[in-house]
Design a binder for this molecule. Structure first.
Ligand SMILES: [Zn+2]
Length: 318
């Protein structure tokens, strides 16, 4: 993987997944970053030509896929509510997708966490008429210069129009378009700003980046994430999700409880294997050589995060 340029990696992964990919490059050698530029910038560039699709879910809720993190859209008389904003560079495709769902104006935006592939579009969506609601740590990270070690990148403060207009600490309830939305903050998991959003009538649960369906997850240790936090959040998700619920992951296809259970077992299994070997004094290279993720690498390791990168993130946290 390190012989490929970040542009090659991201192009391949965008084609393969139709979604945000290049976060995967987080553990590439610094040499490549210096030569090829930041994968964050490459991801934004790729967002300009990303193929964006609409998937109708249930009742008045749809998903807009392909412009970064998965976007949920609730429509109705109170205007559109979006969960996550995608890349700013995908504005045109996202706007076309939103128009194809309904002509309701965009009135509300919720961010599941502060990462750029979920918040870059905040500014244009706010300008289009939306308030922005998020956890207080999302506003904190977007308001200041924030470094993500795993991406070798420091994000400058976001423009004023991209900063959440409303924040909360623990839980928030919204009544819009004839339904109730329940928002809840996770203990630090993928970041320290993660929230879930539950659409009660449609019975749809958006897990943000606590869930990556079919791809090894990125974990942002720089802003509070950890493998144990990811496992805790996944257990919390499983305690809420039922067999009938539609579950939206931050990345990967729309899913269900069975897939979420598989993901929990995967995280726990890899964590236990890597922890056991680390306790025996094994180095990361030695652990990678034992192939602790071999059972899922063909399906899960070919997209966002290579097996080695994922094992590195697990190793870092235990
Ligand atoms: Zn994220």
């Amino acid at each position: 993987m390190i012989t490929k340029s970040p542009a090659d990696i991201s192009r391949r992964q965008f084609i393969a997944s139709g979604s945000f990919a290049v976060a995967a490059g987080g553990l590439l050698p610094g040499r490549l970053w210096a030569e090829e530029g930041s994968l964050v910038e490459v991801a934004r560039k790729e967002g300009a030509t990303a193929k964006v699709t609409v998937q109708k879910l249930r009742e008045n809720v749809s998903a807009v896929l392909g412009a970064g993190g998965n976007i949920a859209v609730l429509t109705g008389r109170d205007g559109k509510l979006l969960v996550d904003a995608g890349f700013a560079t995908s504005q045109q495709q996202v706007n076309n997708a939103l128009q194809s769902i309904s002509s309701n104006p965009i009135k509300h935006l919720i961010n599941t966490h502060w990462h750029f592939d979920h918040t870059d579009g905040n500014e244009w969506i706010h300008k289009a008429g939306a308030t922005i609601l998020a956890h207080q740590n999302t506003r904190k990270h977007l308001s200041t210069s924030t470094k993500v070690e795993g991406w070798h990148y420091t994000f400058p403060p976001s423009p004023a129009g991209a900063i959440p207009t409303h924040v909360f600490a623990d839980k928030q309830t919204l009544h819009l378009n004839g339904t109730t939305l329940l928002l809840e903050h996770y203990q630090p998991a993928h970041t320290d700003s993660d929230i879930s959003v539950y659409f009660s009538d449609a019975d749809i649960f958006h897990a943000g980046d606590t869930w990556w369906n079919g791809f090894y997850p990125f974990i942002d240790y720089s802003t509070g994430g950890s493998i144990d936090g990811m496992i805790r959040a996944t257990e919390a998700n499983l305690a809420k999700v039922t067999d009938k619920m539609i579950v939206i992951p931050g990345h990967g296809p729309i899913g269900n409880k069975a897939q979420l259970t598989f993901y929990r077992d995967l995280l726990v299994g890899v964590r236990d294997k890597v922890a056991n070997l680390k306790k025996q004094g094994k180095s990361l290279d030695e652990i990678v050589a034992t192939k602790p993720t071999v059972a899922t690498d063909a399906q899960w390791g070919g997209g966002f995060m290579s097996p080695r990168q994922f094992i590195g993130l697990v190793f870092q946290g235990i």
